[in-house]
Ligand binder design. Structure first.
Ligand SMILES: *[C@@H]1O[C@H](CO)[C@@H](O)[C@H](O)[C@H]1NC(C)=O
Ligand SMILES: *[C@@H]1O[C@H](CO)[C@@H](O)[C@H](O)[C@H]1NC(C)=O
Ligand SMILES: *[C@@H]1O[C@H](CO)[C@@H](O)[C@H](O)[C@H]1NC(C)=O
Length: 377
């Protein structure tokens, strides 16, 4: 009985595959490798180590986003023939936040997408759409948009967690404070990470206090200092988005934008074949949580979430696949946005995403204004 069922579902999936035509792709990616925002007071590495400036895309970041562009060209240009060799503004839309590293990443991606043979590091000939300041960019940098309800919810949900970490790692934070020159706790561990992670990625030798182990107390084994900073940063970062409301308030509007576009195409609208959004780790992290498919890891540089829309030429139905390209050495992971399935009808996808998205900005602003009683602290 069970094996019959498995066999039938296998045949069903195979038949769908054979009649599917890829009609549109929507990509949202994180910018490439970047410089730290700030050194810590006793940081041995100043601005002279970051030729493009604090917070900006590095040469490595340019390479990573170029590689993503190359992947998209091979996949959607050569394999699926979804986009033409030359840029066509009616068929390809590229959007970025107003942050320079996101715009530079988009330029490098475009280079990989269209001009692999030329040795320029980025391309200015293609229009990259930017929606005003990132502080109002609800679509691509929602965690910089002020939302009262988000602030209260995050604070209420994370207070106990942060207190527990501050207690458990008290001696470790003291140690970090001594060597970095400022008061480190769970609330600002990201600043230590900001410098030491980025310097390490760039091969800059780290001080001995970082490249060692630490003993929290006599009851615990020694912990590696660097890895523990990464782990605390992961816990802190995920705590910003790891619940229904925290992720909906951040990426409900983006999810609504994507789902609505796919639906317009299914109703015959003449839309772009490829839409590319250049964004930030917070946006991708929140979007993964909002869709219920986070892997609870930090989002790597130049990682991409890819929405593929297929038209079944037999049934005339539309199907969706959501992919996560977080590694260049592994094909993108198929996300089970609908439990146990990696391809689902646009209808089922829309129904499943409906409670998690905003169609109009007003819906988001209304939700932000709601004061949730139990969350007031
Ligand atoms: C690109 O750079 C490589 C290595 O520097 C060089 O060999 C090649 O000729 C260059 N190609 C073009 C089109 O300039
Ligand atoms: C850490 O220390 C080891 C041995 O002392 C050394 O070989 C290595 O390069 C150091 N790593 C960093 C990132 O400084
Ligand atoms: C990429 O995602 C997969 C699936 O969630 C996970 O197993 C893998 O560790 C991730 N890789 C990185 C580099 O984050």
């Amino acid at each position: 009985m069970i094996s019959n069922f498995l066999l039938l579902s296998y045949i069903f999936v195979t038949i769908i595959e054979a009649h599917q035509e890829l009609v549109s792709v929507h990509v949202i990616f994180r910018h490439g490798d970047r410089a730290p925002s700030n050194p810590y007071p006793m940081d041995p590495y100043g601005i002279e180590y970051w030729p493009n400036g604090w917070s900006q895309l590095t040469e490595l970041g340019a390479y990573q986003t170029n590689e993503l562009g190359t992947y998209l060209r091979l996949q959607y240009g050569e394999k699926y023939q979804l986009i033409e060799e030359k840029y066509n503004p009616k068929k390809v839309i590229i959007r970025a936040t107003s942050k320079k590293r996101a715009i530079d990443s988009a330029k490098n991606l475009i280079h990989g997408l269209y001009k692999p043979e030329e040795n320029v590091t980025h391309d200015d000939s293609i229009d990259i759409k930017v929606e005003g300041s990132y502080k109002q960019d609800l679509l691509l940098k929602p965690n910089s948009v002020v939302c009262d309800r988000y602030e209260r919810t995050a604070k209420a949900e994370n207070m106990v967690l942060f207190q527990a970490y501050n207690l458990r790692f008290a001696s470790f934070f003291k140690y970090l404070s001594f060597y970095t020159g400022y008061d480190v706790s769970m609330d600002n561990i990201e600043h230590v990470f900001d410098a030491v992670f980025r310097e390490t990625v760039h091969g800059l030798p780290q001080p001995a206090w970082l490249n060692t182990t630490f003993k929290l107390d006599k009851d615990h084994p020694e912990i590696p200092v660097y890895d523990t900073i990464l782990e605390l940063k992961r816990v802190q970062r995920l705590s910003e988005f790891n619940s229904e409301w925290k992720s909906k308030l951040r990426t409900g509007f983006l999810l609504g934008d994507i789902v609505q576009r796919l639906r317009r195409i299914s109703h015959g609208a003449n839309e772009a074949n490829l839409v590319i959004y250049s964004s930030h780790d917070a946006t991708l992290t929140a979007l993964l949580y909002n869709m219920g498919v986070s892997n609870e890891l930090l989002v790597p540089y130049a990682a991409a979430i890819i929405f593929e829309l297929y038209h079944d030429t037999d049934s005339l139905n539309y199907f969706v696949k959501v992919l996560y390209r977080n590694e260049t050495t592994h094909s993108p992971y198929e996300l089970q946005v609908i439990p146990k399935s990696t391809i689902f009808s646009l209808k089922d996808f829309t129904i499943a995403m409906a409670p998690k998205m905003y169609i109009k900005k007003e819906e988001y602003f209304d939700d932000c204004a709601i004061v949730v009683k139990e969350n007031i602290i």
